[in-house]
Design a protein around this ligand. Structure first.
Ligand SMILES: [Zn+2]
Length: 156
């Protein structure tokens, strides 16, 4: 059985509280207020934003602009860790979304780091030669260490 963790309690885009729960199929769940497809939940850790990916099957690319804006409003320059431990597979549209998100974070002088990839997801990205574009690390603590060494202390 698939465990969805952690289920978002509020929409990461508009901040609207969510009454839905894991009984609803992941990927089908959308925010009732802004219609954002809930493909990740968000938390902050050591000054970085951590997005825990819930599903890798949705057409992420559709709302990358809104997702980028939400990241930027919380962390600027954006330091974003995408934790993929919750997904076993990623769709091609999800990957396209990752590339778009990566570019937007770079454009904002920030950085997107991927971590905790399943072997299949890692293979999928490497097969598409995306391991050259995206920053992929093994664990979230390695991602945090990456930010510490590349960005140092973030000014308040
Ligand atoms: Zn929303």
């Amino acid at each position: 059985m698939r465990v969805i963790k952690p289920w978002p309690t509020e929409c990461p885009i508009c901040g609207s509280p969510l009454a839905i729960g894991p009984l609803q199929l992941p990927g089908d769940a959308t925010c009732p207020k802004c219609a954002h497809v809930l493909w990740f939940s968000m938390r902050t850790s050591e000054g970085a934003l951590v997005a825990d990916v819930i599903t890798g099957k949705v057409a992420t690319n559709q709302d990358i602009q809104r997702v980028s804006a939400a990241f930027l409003s919380r962390s600027n320059p954006p330091r974003v860790i995408l934790n993929l431990s919750g997904v076993q597979l990623v769709s091609s549209s999800f990957i396209a979304g990752l590339i778009a998100l990566n570019r937007r974070m770079n454009d904002a002088q920030g950085k997107l780091v991927l971590c905790d990839l399943s072997p299949i997801v890692r293979e999928t990205l490497a097969g598409a030669k995306l391991d050259r574009i995206l920053t992929i690390l093994d664990t979230e603590s390695e991602a945090q260490a990456f930010f510490q060494s590349h960005f140092g202390q973030q000014e308040a």
